[in-house]
Each structure stands twice: as structure tokens, then as C-alpha cells.
Design a protein around this ligand. Sequence first.
Ligand code: ADP
Length: 433
Amino acid sequence: MLLGCIADDLTGATDLAIMLTRAGMRTLQVMEVPRVGDGRLAGYDAIVVALKTRTSPVAEAVDLSLASAEALLALGAKQLFFKYCSTFDSTDAGNIGPVAEALMAKLGADLAIVCPAFPTNKRTVFMGNLFVGEVPLAESPMKDHPLTPMRDSNLVRVMQRQSKGRVGLVPHPVVEKGRVAIAEAFAAAKGRGERFVVVDAITDRDLIEMGAAAADMPLITGGSGVALGLPANFIAKGLMKAAEAPTSMAAPQGRAAILAGSCSEATRGQVVAAKAAGLPALEVDPLALADGRQSAETVLAWIGQQPKDKPFLVYSSADPAGVKSVQDKLGREAAGALVERTLAAVAQKLVATGTTRLVVAGGETSGAVVNGLGISALEIGPEIDPGVPWTRVAGWQWATEGQAGRGRDLVLALKSGNFGAPDFFLKAWAKLA
Ligand code: ADP
């Protein structure tokens, strides 16, 4: 194992895992702190630990990140990567600064880079300022995020407020000169006593040059875009050969299902397209769940009546007006929890009765389903659309004893709500063999 990654949320971890897979690293994503000595973790170039620490209390985020780091190092990691969101989701209390500093102390690192840039997704950093598309971070919708409102676009200041060590900048005119100039800037930053440098990046080339300059840094911190430049370092050192990125994934025979709990625009479009194409579809209404007209049992009874040879869709996706009216009646949290619990219960029963191919739409919804199945690791397979791969529950072995996923061979596509083309639910199956 070469690169040990610690991600602060589930879909972010997958995002990173795909980047590494695309660049030729055999990658496993695990949903808990890995256990050293677990033979199932052998044979990978990179392991990505998906934590849920983005908004947890600082001490908890630090403890879980340190425990993950310890395990990854014991498994042989030569470099650690702390992955956070490309919009730098955090507050003045953390958790990016405190986690990064704890990891640096653990590694004895004297300088780490800070770079959430992901040009493909229109996240760029220029003169230390993060842009989302054409607007600075603080003018993007992130300014109103319920948990981590981002009201300052200058990452040097943002990082400084949540760190004890000094934060500096490697500005774009230096980055543009390439890896040697960037490495010199790192040395100069160390000379000034800086502990972090925000590194500008507005193109993929910038990220690749930055990656090369950071080849010998024990800790990298950044968004998944930074992963673009890292695999080449290990290849150049003769530590690994690039594997072909998978174009299809072997999947066990069995029934195929789509569960959609996302109300994002892309998912709603995918629901419309799936229905138009004639997939059997059942709408779940949170109000009906609340008063007992619908339940996991009624959904399963409907599924029992559908043809077994084609995928079916169960969805709660509604437009903003529909969501608002449900939330006004049930409360936002309660409505979400009701749908998540129901879809997770449906998934448990389906998997226990022979469904082996499952598409789940929605980040929170995916988390609920994965937890409900007790799944602890996913092998990354081919990408269906940018950012969404098929994954396999690595044989039967990756689910917790006593949970629905235990003993099952299963492929899963966990789709963040806004990802994927309109025909996602229709075309995903063609990548399975
Ligand atoms: P996304 O990735 O699009 O944000 P998530 O699954 O993360 O999707 O979040 C969607 C949330 O909305 C979940 O908590 C889900 O249970 C909830 N939800 C789903 N359908 C409805 C609905 N019709 N009304 C209100 N809330 C809903």
C-alpha cells in the first residue's frame, strides 16, 4: 500500500477513490477505521477511509483521523492524504486545520499543502482565493450552507483562523513555472516558519506539477483534484505500475433495483427518464409513510409484483414545492429520516432475498442504505458517469456479522444527488458483466 487517504465524508471519499483508480491505482474504500492485520486490506495501492467528520466535534474528528492514520501507516502507507471538500467546508473551529495539524504532528511533517482546487468541477484557487465557477466562494451558494457557511474566499485567512501554525501561499505565477519552482517555494515557506501553504491551481496541469513537487511530503491535504498528480510519483519511483482503469465490473446474477431518495434536479430528471422508458416505478410519499398508508412492507409487496428480469425504481424524489410542503407538515429532519429509514429497510430486505445490483441516488440516502446493510468496504469499479462508479462489496466478506449485507455478493452504485446524465438509471447496467 502506498497512499493512505482519510476523507471527511462518504461521497467525497468515493470521489477521491475514483480519481486514484482512473490514474492507475488499485483502490479500496473502507467505511471505518481499518483494522491492521486484516488480510482483506492487502493488495491495494491506495486505501481511502471514509469518515463522517466534516461537521463532527473537533476532538472526535481528530481522534478518528489519527486512528485512521495510524492504521494506514501500519498497513505500509508511504504518504497520507487528508481529503476535504472542494469548497473547503469548515468553520473557524475546524475541522480542516485541527485534523491537518494533528496528522502533521503524528508524521513529524514540517509543511503541508492546502489545495481544494478541482478545475474539472470549476473549483479553482487563485492568489489564495477559492472560486466556485465564476464567483468567489463567499458569493457562491456555500455562503448559506446550513452547517459550514463559507463567508471568506481567502483560504490563507480561512485556514489561519483554524490553525495554530502559520499559513502561507504559493501563488499562481510560481505554480505556473512548474514543479521545480513550486518545490523551491515549499523550501522557502519552511524557511519562513510556515506550516501550511495554500497552493494556487487553476488547471489540471497546475495540480500535476504541484503533485510532483509534493512527492516527498509526508502529508498532502486537499480536494480530490490534488489526487491527479500523486499516482505518477509512485510510478516514477518504481513503486507501482499503473493498472488499467476498469471499464466493466463482474457482478453476481440477481435482481436489479434503483432506490432514489434524492430530490436534486439531476435525480428528478433521471426518475422522469426511467419512467418514460417503461421501468416499473413506485413513488414513496413521506406523508403516506407518516400516517401508515405506505411502509417498507407495502413497497416490498409492490416490488414482489414486478417482473424479475428488469430493474425497478422506488423513489421519493419530489420537486422543491413538494419537498417544502412535506417539510412544513413533518419537519425537515423527520421527513428525511422517515424516507431514509424506509429505503434502508427496503434495501435490507431486497439484498436478503436475492437483489445483487443496486443503484442508490442521494448522498444521505446512500449513507443510510450502506449503514443498513452493514457494508464496511467497497472496491471501486468502472465509472458510469463522472464521479459515480460501480462498486463491489468485495465478495461476501465486507459486511458486518449479523447485518443484511453479510454473506452477500453485491454491486452498488452510490450516486450523489446531482450527479449523472438523465439516462443514468437506464445505462448503468451495461457496465456490469
Ligand atoms: P442529495 O444527494 O440529492 O442531497 P440526499 O439523499 O443526500 O440527496 O438528501 C435528500 C434528503 O431528502 C434525504 O434526507 C431524504 O430522506 C429526504 N427526502 C427524500 N424525499 C423527500 C421528500 N419527498 N420530501 C422531503 N424530504 C425528502
